[in-house]
Ligand binder design. Structure first.
Ligand SMILES: *[C@@H]1O[C@H](CO)[C@@H](O)[C@H](O)[C@H]1NC(C)=O
Ligand SMILES: *[C@@H]1O[C@H](CO)[C@@H](O)[C@H](O)[C@H]1NC(C)=O
Ligand SMILES: *[C@@H]1O[C@H](CO)[C@@H](O)[C@H](O)[C@H]1NC(C)=O
Ligand SMILES: *[C@@H]1O[C@H](CO)[C@@H](O)[C@H](O)[C@H]1NC(C)=O
Ligand SMILES: *[C@@H]1O[C@H](CO)[C@@H](O)[C@H](O)[C@H]1NC(C)=O
Length: 415
């Protein structure tokens, strides 16, 4: 850690056996097949992943069921072939139970598949409680969209809402929530929006559960300037991040052994903040006179180094505070040190953008009281979903709230 500027943190795995049986049992996973018809079995086991999916019916009171065009079904896993769509109401919400204060991976999947025969893919917004999360534009994302965040819920209820923004009808295919480990993906503020997650292998399949105990999805990636190295030995992935073992068994090195290993990504919005997680393991048996040692350089500045990947054991180098990239381009380089006899290597890495959810939810007691009244009197108004007060344009009919600044939970004043 000698030359660390304090912005990167090195986290080396231990060879001690960490018990991961719990995560492998899908404990705490919420896997909803939205729009699963009531006559089909629920739960069912999705054969490719082994994930247990259930119908979304008890988590939402509104919407209608649809199924993508038959000739497209083979392109998707079963949970994405049915959907729930929302011809009525502006905001329609799922209500899920989660563990307050624990980090969760939250992922939604949207596949249009011409379910309505109109050949017009919709555009709409996705909210997390009172805060905007993403715009879903299925005109642009013809193969479906899959927004994902790493987020710590502030209450035991998680509301995920689809909000109509124009003429087209919102829809949803799959909703997935995975509890994460305590000490991973920490941020100074805000949550993390998935940007990409890659492992370096030529033409390998994408990975998720059960290879990844947290069901993160990893795609394989390779550049023409690189050469692949691989091992058939077991690589220990035991640290707070636990990327799939198989993602660590291959790595990229620059084909020109004196050149850096370079990764570039585009930054659309100026000032966008990133967190980077790079996973390394030495997977070549080094001779006594060989050394692999390199520095990590982001946009020309040393961020961490030197890195000496341990033999068949994971090391993760991560940002402990967010980085921004100037002029719309981020450039991460691994540059061998002058005492290294081997080029740098990279097995897998992840990049996230910071996303803020500034609006506080309405006072918990007020919400409980109004929900109680709703239940007692069997009130079911289409707009009585998710947060009663915020955002203001979706305030429940018949309520008045006092809403001050975003960090103060709104109060319900009259009913
Ligand atoms: C959609 O998927 C098809 C088939 O896999 C692929 O050829 C096409 O490039 C994809 N389109 C986009 C925009 O990703
Ligand atoms: C290999 O990389 C070094 C350092 O970047 C460069 O000076 C050299 O020209 C490269 N060699 C080839 C054949 O591209
Ligand atoms: C390391 O040693 C091997 C033989 O033991 C030799 O072939 C090789 O050239 C040496 N490599 C370096 C970088 O000195
Ligand atoms: C290696 O690089 C460092 C700093 O870049 C320099 O101080 C040192 O003299 C170099 N060593 C050799 C053997 O070239
Ligand atoms: C909410 O407040 C407005 C103005 O302060 C008032 O006119 C309205 O009657 C109130 N609504 C309810 C349901 O109390």
């Amino acid at each position: 850690m000698e030359r660390s500027l304090g912005i990167w943190l090195l986290l080396t795995g231990t060879l001690a056996i960490i018990h991961i049986g719990q995560a492998q049992s899908q404990q705490g996973f919420i896997s909803l097949d939205c729009g699963l018809p009531p006559n089909e079995p629920s739960p069912y086991k999705e054969p490719r992943t082994g994930l247990q999916f259930i119908s979304d019916a008890i988590f939402i009171q509104t919407g209608k069921l649809g199924r993508i065009q038959a000739n497209l079904e083979a392109e998707f896993l079963k949970p994405s072939t049915t959907l729930r769509y929302f011809p009525e109401g502006t905001r329609n919400c799922y209500n899920l139970n989660v563990e307050k204060g624990r980090k969760h991976l939250i992922r939604a999947r949207f596949v249009y598949g011409n379910y309505d025969g109109l050949d017009t893919a919709p555009t709409f917004d996705l909210y997390l409680g009172p805060n905007p999360w993403a715009t879903v534009d299925l005109q642009k994302q013809v193969n479906g969209s899959r927004p994902e965040i790493l987020h710590i819920p502030t209450s035991n209820k998680l509301q995920i809402c689809l909000v109509k923004t124009g003429e087209t009808t919102p829809l949803i295919s799959v909703l997935e929530v995975r509890p994460m480990g305590k000490d991973s993906y920490l941020t100074k503020s805000g949550s993390l929006k998935f940007y990409y997650r890659e492992y370096f292998s030529k033409s390998a399949p994408s990975l998720r559960y059960p290879d990844d105990v947290y069901d993160r999805q990893w795609t394989s990636f390779f550049e023409k300037e690189w050469t692949q190295i691989s091992t058939t030995s077991d690589v220990s992935n035991s640290n707070d991040y636990q990327p799939p073992k198989v993602a660590l068994t291959t790595a990229a090195i620059p084909t020109n052994a004196s050149a850096p290993l370079t990764n570039v990504w585009g930054s659309v919005d100026v000032g966008e903040q990133y967190y980077v997680y790079a996973h390394f393991a030495e997977i070549r048996e080094l001779l006594a006179n060989e050394t692999r040692e390199f520095n990590m350089v982001l946009n020309g500045k040393l961020f961490y180094g030197p890195v000496v990947p341990p033999n068949l054991l994971i090391t993760t180098v991560l940002s402990v505070s967010p980085d921004t990239c100037e002029e719309g381009l981020c450039n991460l380089q691994l540059i061998r040190t002058n005492r290294s006899t081997l080029p740098p290597l990279l097995n897998a890495y992840e990049v996230y953008k910071v996303i803020q959810f500034p609006q506080s939810e309405t006072n918990e007691n007020d919400v409980a009281a109004v929900k109680n009244i709703q239940a007692t009197y069997g009130l079911s108004r289409i707009n009585w979903q998710s947060d009663p007060c915020v955002p203001l344009q979706f305030m429940w009919d018949g309520l008045n709230c006092s809403v001050t600044d975003t960090s103060t939970p709104p109060r319900i004043t009259t009913l």
